[in-house]
Design a protein. Structure first.
Length: 477
């Protein structure tokens, strides 16, 4: 089989040039659907495998089955044919997840799904890779991306003088990828691509030079092979989906069921804060790497988010350290015990007991408890829904200079709702509570939404007599 003449668009040619630039160590090829992102990345992988016998490229995606159904099909049925790779020149083992070329180079297929039994992605620790490629990186947890990226530059890089790369593709998404790549690209002026400094890299000749991250924008119109029918399919998509997938709009709100759309969060910002009534909502860390955070509301405006530190080496019990931290924050800000609400589940139960022994009759929020009104799955769904409605109506707000504002927005935005059988259900915080695989807030963010939770608990306390569950005779300690 003879290689065909390679016909690429300007954007695709640009992406290949950046992929062959040894100073570009991380590249995101993103934008809209149908931009032949995977096609270009597959061309680069096959060329690398052809030019450097014996190397290993890790090719990952959140779901291995979908990786095999999409990228692998593109690589074998289109790219191999285009580059003249004969069937006798490679072996594809679907069972072991490997594509092995005659010169010993391999592409290893990697399942990047989050598993609660392996939160640190320790299963990646044994991998030794030359390069890392992650398809649809917006589906993958940030932790998984970081850990897999540490496995590059570990196999034949020094022997060949190859700089290991992390290459990613995605459509517009609202998670960490937007912060890491798109927002920087946007701040630099946008255009077809941008690159910016990202540490240093040693070249084959021993020189230590500046390394770069790069973002290449790719839209369906940049793909010379796309069918007109596919473009028409995108043209007929719902407005939000059309903006995101056809136009590559990273700022559009995804779906009609967001509780906290960007526009609502923008309108909720307040430049001034008054302090006639001040309340405190606390989300208690339940072990691991979660943090205990307290949200302060002044007259309905979230004005502070404070992390309560815990010293694991201390002889003082973790729950007691947390309880003392809550008391300190409340006393410093003149907040009465009855205006303090804490997450009372898990470790929170111990904190509640200690506060009780010290005479602090605080309010207890249990997300899985019954709602205060019918029509909601549980108390958490009810209070997230009400927080979203209050923000829309302007009855509560967020201080514009809140230091954690970006992180808070990131934690609020993934929350969506369904209204099946007239019961409102909000995206669950943890895996396994009725969520589809990969669709709990922790899985979407790669961390616990501590800031969002303390904000909602503070709003719940601030609602006062508006919520029957806040009646002290029912829930005080």
């Amino acid at each position: 089989m003879q290689p065909q003449k390679l016909k690429l668009s300007q954007t695709q040619s640009l992406a290949l040039r950046l992929l062959h630039d040894p100073t570009v160590v991380e590249l995101l090829f993103g934008g809209g659907a149908g931009g032949a992102k995977s096609f270009i990345v597959c061309i680069w992988m096959v060329l690398e495998c052809r030019n450097y016998p014996g190397i290993r490229i890790g090719l990952g995606r959140e779901e291995l089955k979908r990786l095999k159904q999409t990228t692998v099909v593109t690589l074998i049925s289109k790219v191999h044919q285009l580059l003249g790779v004969k069937d006798s020149e490679y072996t594809y083992s679907e069972q072991s997840g490997t594509i092995t070329y005659r010169n010993g180079s391999q592409i290893l297929l990697i399942d990047m799904k989050y598993h609660p039994m392996d939160p640190e992605y320790d299963t990646f620790g044994s991998l030794e890779l030359t390069h890392v490629v992650i398809e649809e990186v917006g589906e993958v947890q940030e932790k998984g991306v970081r850990v897999l990226s540490t496995r590059k530059n570990r196999f034949l890089n020094k022997e060949y003088g190859i700089v290991g790369k992390t290459v990613m593709t995605c459509n517009p998404t609202q998670n960490f990828i937007k912060r890491m790549f798109y927002e920087v690209y946007k701040s630099l002026g946008m255009g077809r691509y941008q690159k910016w400094e990202h540490g240093q890299v040693e070249l084959a000749d021993g020189r230590l030079v500046t390394a770069f991250r790069a973002f290449v924008k790719s839209l369906v119109f940049d793909n010379p092979f796309v069918s007109r029918n596919y473009i028409e399919t995108l043209n007929q998509a719902p407005p939000a989906e059309r903006k995101r997938l056809r136009d590559g709009d990273w700022d559009v709100d995804e779906g009609d069921y967001l509780l906290f759309p960007s526009l609502v969060l923008d309108r909720a910002l307040r430049a001034n804060v008054t302090s006639n009534r001040r309340v405190l909502g606390v989300d208690i860390a339940d072990g691991g790497k979660d943090s205990t955070r307290a949200g302060v509301m002044d007259d309905g405006v979230l004005s502070e988010i404070i992390e309560i530190p815990v010293d694991a080496a201390s002889t003082v019990d973790t729950a007691e350290q947390t309880a003392l931290g809550i008391i300190k924050i409340a006393q410093q800000r003149g907040i009465n015990p009855q205006d303090v609400g804490i997450d009372g589940v898990g470790v929170g139960a111990g904190v509640r007991a200690i506060l009780r022994t010290r005479g602090w009759q605080i309010q207890v929020f249990e997300g899985g408890a019954a709602p205060t009104e019918p029509g909601y799955q549980d108390l958490r769904s009810e209070q997230f829904w009400k927080t979203g409605q209050d923000l829309r109506q302007g009855s509560i707000g967020i201080y514009v200079d809140l230091p954690d504002l970006t992180e808070l927005r990131d934690e609020l935005r993934p929350h969506q709702y369904t209204n099946d059988d007239k019961i409102i259900r909000v995206t669950p915080k943890n895996p396994g509570r009725g969520a589809k695989v990969g669709q709990s807030i922790k899985e979407l963010l790669g961390r616990s939404p501590d800031r969002a939770d303390c904000f909602v608990i503070a709003r719940w306390v601030n609602a006062g007599s508006g919520d029957p569950r806040n009646d002290q005779s029912r829930i005080s300690l």
